[in-house]
Design a protein around this ligand. Sequence first.
Ligand code: NOJ
Length: 527
Amino acid sequence: MGYQVYLRSFADGDGDGWGDLAGLRARLEHLAWLGVDVVWISPLYPSPLRDGGYDVADYLDVDPRLGSLEELGALVSEAHALGLRILLDLVPNHTSSDHPWFMAARGDRDSPYRDHYVWRDPAPDGGPPNNWPAHFGGPAWTYDDASGQYWLHLFLPHQPDLNWQSPAVDEAFADILERWLAWGIDGVRIDVAHALVKHPDLPDLPPAPGQGDEVEVTGGSGVGVEREFERYAHVHDADQPGVTEIYRRWRAIADRHDALLLGEVYLLEPQRLRRYVADQDGLHLAFWFAPLHLEWSPAAVRAALREGLEEVGPWLSWPLASHDRPRSATALGGGDLGRARALCLATLVCGLPGLPMIYQGEELGLTDVPLPHEVRQDPIAVRGEPERARDPGRTPIPWEPGPGWGFTSADEPWLPIGDRRPEDTVAVQRGDLDSWLQRYRALLATRKGLHGSVADEPVDWLAPDGPIVAYRRGPVVVAANCGQQAATLTLDGRHRIVRFASARAREGQRVAEELPLEPHEAVVLGP
Ligand code: NOJ
């Protein structure tokens, strides 16, 4: 089971209001208790934090606000002793504009680092070289007065894209990966893994199907941010030939260290995602994000899970939420309805091949915090669309009731903790066997316990329609009622035991012919 730690909001060890490595170290035992195997830590490198650390100024060091290399080394040893593997977040698509490479490259066409980035002359009218939009609004190009050229950035101007046609960039990242793995890190989550390579001619993007021809990039005020981005068919700025070659080279490095390569390949079309993992000579796993984008219905849940598994294959990581999306309890209906749906999805995912990935706080059933616009820090807010900013899902974890909620001893955490209730906290939920936390823990333990009996078994989907989404895998049946009415799943008559149930009282029940499920009830049956 994977667990995403968004470090600045996880636990503050030194009392400055920021989550940090010391805080995470102190909570490693909690993660082991929960049943986690793999911990992915969001970027911890020195960074001007224009995009939450996804703007890296030094790939081989730790931001002093978050700790130090020594602290990270201690954390890795302690994690290993607890049976946890640690993944860092590698950001190879772009650096920070504060990275020494970019500082040397900017303004000097003859810099040895110039070719690390993508530079182009202005269009004949002086404007950007093509029509590409940036994810966070405005054009994907910014003009550099000193050298008279534009630089490319698929995200912020402060996140210049690296030029993966340059052998020097390729060598630099092979070296960065080798150094971290040799140092003791167990693998990497690879940011924007689908977009490192761009079409060499950088042609204009056509409009997305149904968008007409009149697509025009609006100014830097961030009008429509992601909506604007979605108006184009991204056929030249992502998923280009050559990108999987990079991961083939990395796989050789990873294999030498028995390390994991997990790609954030943000492609919702399974056939495109497939080529990143199908040959198993590059990435070990790729995230399948479709379940985070569904409009809840039994059919949509079933389709998102089946599509990933059947059209991509078993090499998936299943995010249950992420720092880029609303929390699942909020996205799936809010309150206890959203929490129950999230646990249904988690249960279904937990029996499938691949690596489910909990985003910190999902196991507590946390909802988004409705932050005032002025405290939001995400670049989407800074650039003019605070209502779409990702901060409400990134607020600090409430560990225990009381001042600072056990997250910090500082008066003010870096983002408000918000209006949490004592029953949202780890401390209270640990003491209540019916809490969300204890249910997630039971689910993870069931997953681990049954792993041996399902590992080589195919997934047979049981109910092609209706409110219950269910499958059998060897002797195990996983089922969730994702509809609004009670329903019954007819089984094969084999005697099974309820090993996990969202309603704890059902655990231990014997089931053979029929499995009745209330709305939003989820179970795992096993021998
Ligand atoms: C994906 C990360 O998850 C997101 O937080 C970030 O803004 C972009 N990549 C750019 O690095």
